[in-house]
Design a protein around this ligand. Structure first.
Ligand SMILES: [Zn+2]
Length: 148
């Protein structure tokens, strides 16, 4: 189901987004519904959305959708196993902060990520580079309650 994406303009929502998220229970029915909602909501916003964290649609768990090629994928309970020594400056916006200018942050150039893949129902390790790596880091910050 397509969900609303509340913004930090609402104080209650800002506090919710700044709260660190817990790992998702990947075997629960709620998790299956969250995956569908994240995919539907990201796809609905595809022209302005590169990634969407579960807490942006009201679930305080470490799950996010991200654009990957010409589609969206969902990543659950990610852990960065290793990362590039070099970083890059990234200028980013956020759907939850629509009324402020883009912010420049330092990001790893690549990350090797361990996570649960709900599409294949497996724990996987994948390397994400360039734009993909930046989206992963932006969305993982959401999971820690960090807004750019
Ligand atoms: Zn964001």
């Amino acid at each position: 189901m397509i969900r609303d994406i509340p913004t930090v303009d609402d104080e209650k929502n800002r506090l919710f987004l700044q709260q660190p998220c817990a790992p998702a229970d990947i075997m629960s029915a709620e998790f299956d519904m969250l995956v569908v909602d994240l995919m539907d909501t990201a796809e609905h916003n595809r022209y302005r959305c590169a990634g969407l964290s579960a807490n942006q649609i009201g679930h305080a768990v470490t799950v996010f959708a991200m654009r990957y090629g010409d589609r969206f994928i969902v990543i659950a309970n990610p852990v960065i196993a290793s990362a590039s020594k070099l970083t890059t400056s990234s200028t980013e916006g956020c759907l939850s902060i629509p009324n402020s200018p883009p912010q420049t942050v330092e990001r790893y150039k690549w990350v090797r990520l361990q996570y649960w893949c709900p599409h294949t129902e497996r724990f996987v390790t994948n390397k994400f580079a360039r734009m993909d790596a930046i989206i992963v880091q932006h969305e993982m910050d959401h999971g820690k309650g960090i807004l750019i």
